[in-house]
Design a binder for this molecule. Structure first.
Ligand SMILES: [Zn+2]
Length: 156
């Protein structure tokens, strides 16, 4: 008598995939026949459970968020408080700077303009030149001399 069948050979025999020698041993060995019967019973039980029981249902998402309305209300109240502090309290506490007079603004703007647009590097001369009417435009030679002195940094 040959060796008894392994569990894999018994599974093959159950699936009707066993060789002729395995089938012959199973027919003649009482121990392997008992193991095969036990295996068939287990497989029938597993098949019945898988066939008859229902699939597990996913749990519905419960736990309603009762804190959400309270959180929204609290956030709204905090925002309203922040706006009120910004509008009413902060403006009342912060001193407002005095407004500038129109003459001061004009003087500052004239200084800035003279500093930005002076050709000779002297803002006062540019300011007086800009303030004076252009009745005598500078000659080409004077402009060339001024440009030359500006570029060389000295007297021509
Ligand atoms: Zn056997």
């Amino acid at each position: 008598m040959s060796r008894c069948l392994s569990d894999d050979a018994l599974m093959r025999a159950h699936a009707e995939l066993a060789s002729a020698a395995e089938r012959a041993h199973l027919a003649g060995c009482a121990a392997c026949t008992g193991r095969s019967r036990h295996l068939r019973r287990d497989l029938d039980l597993i098949t019945g459970v898988l066939r008859d029981s229902r699939e597990p249902q996913p749990r519905p998402v419960s736990a309603p968020r009762r804190w959400l309305p309270a959180a929204v209300g609290l956030a709204t109240a905090a925002l309203a408080l922040l706006v009120w502090v910004e509008v009413a309290v902060w403006r009342a506490v912060t001193p407002v700077p005095p407004t500038m007079q129109a003459q001061e603004v004009a003087a500052i703007l004239a200084d800035v303009s003279a500093s930005l647009f002076s050709v000779s590097g002297d803002p006062a001369a540019a300011a007086s030149q800009a303030a004076a009417p252009e009745d005598a435009p500078p000659s080409i030679e004077a402009m060339a001399r001024e440009l030359d002195s500006t570029l060389t940094g000295g007297e021509p």
